[in-house]
Design a protein around this ligand. Structure first.
Ligand SMILES: [Fe+2]
Ligand SMILES: [Fe+2]
Length: 267
């Protein structure tokens, strides 16, 4: 099974680049075209939030116009730059099968891996939260299939990554969320976005991964002594491969022109 993850699209209004610099709509188009050509064909695409840049309807619709060109089923969750109501209305139940627009959380069934989509947004704030209500919902969903390989995906990573986007913005409810995660040995990965970097870290008996942005990479400063900023890079996405040996292996695919392939020498 192949799960594609794209994150932090930050699509701006039509006719503009994000913050005047980042050609995010063009980057998303390149990625969508690339994913559609990927062999073997992926099973599902997960979009882990910050789909648009300021929650505006025209931005969300611009993102949807491009994502709707995917020939693979795709699902969305909100990030701190999105508005739940706008997202829910724009993407509809097909791509966001939440029961209501209060928390955009749901479970994707019917694949070799069960995927639990979580909503870590605090309306109007940059930081994340999994509140008591959302923890309870997660525990109930996990209890239904405690033996089936499962991944969680949510926008905010649930602990400090030594970047302002986690350490200063914060994450409420991390301990209670982690207590539930630790109860279940079938959680193969917690997939996040938000920090605009590819990272992997051990947490509560599983692994948390954060996906790169689609071209706006965090200007990494682990001393956190300068204002947070981004550098423009080629867009990339993740392919999570659930192998026949039941390992979840993650590849980073950068969309760019390359020279090759050339054969390796045989020895
Ligand atoms: Fe973002
Ligand atoms: Fe974010």
């Amino acid at each position: 099974m192949l799960i594609v993850q794209i994150s932090d699209l930050h699509i701006s209004s039509p006719g503009t680049d994000t913050y005047g610099h980042a050609p995010m709509a063009g980057n998303l188009q390149k990625c969508v075209d690339h994913i559609n050509r990927f062999e073997p064909k992926p099973d599902v695409v997960l979009v882990s939030g910050d789909i648009c840049d300021s929650g505006a309807l025209d931005q969300t619709e611009r993102a949807a116009d491009i994502l709707n060109q995917l020939t693979i089923p795709y699902f969305v969750i909100p990030g701190n730059h999105d508005l739940r109501e706008t997202m829910f209305k724009t993407f509809g139940e097909v791509h966001c099968p939440a029961k209501d627009d209060r928390f955009l959380q749901y479970v994707i069934e019917g694949f070799d891996i069960r995927m639990i989509a979580m909503d870590s947004v605090i309306a109007g704030q940059s930081g994340g939260e999994i509140c008591a209500e959302r923890v309870k919902w997660l525990d109930e969903q996990l209890a239904l299939e405690p033996a089936k390989p499962t991944i969680l995906f949510l926008h905010h990573p649930p602990f400090k990554f030594s970047v302002p986007e986690t350490d200063e913005d914060g994450f409420l409810g991390s301990d209670a969320f982690g207590d539930v995660v630790e109860k279940y040995s079938n959680i193969k990965r917690v997939m996040c976005g938000h920090i605009h970097l590819l990272t992997h870290a051990a947490w509560r008996g599983t692994i948390v991964s954060t996906a790169p942005s689609m071209g706006m990479q965090l200007d990494l400063d682990l001393s956190m002594s300068k204002p947070s900023g981004f550098v423009l890079v080629e867009p990339s996405y993740l392919v999570h491969h659930w192998t026949p040996q039941k390992n979840l292996i993650t590849h980073t695919i950068t969309v760019r022109d390359v020279d090759g392939p050339y054969p390796f020498a045989t020895i």
